[in-house]
Design a protein. Sequence first.
Length: 299
Amino acid sequence: MALVSVVLATNRVSPFLTAALESIAHQTHPHVQLIVVDDGSPDPSSVEAAVRAVIPAARVLRREPGGVSAARNAGAAVAEGDLLVFADDDDVSHPERFARQAASLASSPRAVACYCGMRTIDADGRVLVEADQTAARDRIEIARRRTGILLGNLMIRRSDFAAVGGFDAGLLLAEDLDLVLRLSERGPFEFVPEALFDYRWHGANNTSRHRELAISIDGIVRAHMALARQAGDRDLVAAHRESLRANDRFAWWAALRHARTEATQRRFRTAASDALWALRFAPFAPLDAVVRRLSRRRA
C-alpha cells in the first residue's frame, strides 16, 4: 500500500493548526508521513510543540521565509512517499480521504493526480458551501476551470510533481492553479465525488485578498494561453479564454461582496475603491454574467 507524504507549510501557529493536524492523524490510510515546513514563523518552538503534541513522529523543517511555494518544494524534496498531499494549516481532511484517493490512483496507473469533493466551512466549522465538484475528463476541461480543483483536495503522484518541476517559487498566490495546469499536460486526473475535504474560509486566508488573487490568476492563465497559442492548440486557447472570463466574474463578485461589507461599516471610500477596481480590471464581466444567466435559462 502506497505511502502518502503530507507536506504542511506554515509561517505561524494558526488557531486551526491542531484541527488540521488531527485530521491528518485520524486518516484510515495506514501509511502516512507528515512533513511540516516552518517558513520563517516568529515562534518556531511553538510551531514544533503544536505539531509534536498531535503527531510526534512528524518531520519538522525550519527555514528562512521564502514563500509558500518554495516551502512546499522543500517539503516535497524530502518526502518518501509515492503520493503527495499538500495541506494548509487551517483545512480539514475527512478520515477516509487519503485511503479513497490512494485507491483511485492505484486503479488508474495513467492518472497523475486525484481530486475529491470539497466543502467550504467557516471558522467554526459550519458548512458554507456543500461539495459541488464534477469530473473533468481531460486537460481541456481542467483548463476551463468549471469545477473546483484546488491544492487542498488534490493527491499527486510524486514522480509527476517532480517531472513538472514542482511549484513555481516566484508565485505567491494561485500557485496551485499553475501546478494543476502543468500536471494536466502529463495525464488525466481521477475524481472521487464524495466530500472528503473541507476548505476553511476566514478573514486571514488568501482568498480574502481578492484583488491580488484575481490579478495572479489572470497572469497565470494568460501565460499558459500564450504557450497553447504557440503550440497551435486552438481548443486549449479557447479553454483558457473561458477561464479568464470566469476570473473576471470572480473579481466582480469578490470586489462587490467586499464593498458591501465595507459600506455596512460606513467605510464608503474603501467600498468605492473596490467597485472602481472591478470596473477597471474586468469592465465587461457584468455583461458576460448576464449573458450566461440568460443562456442557462434558455437551455
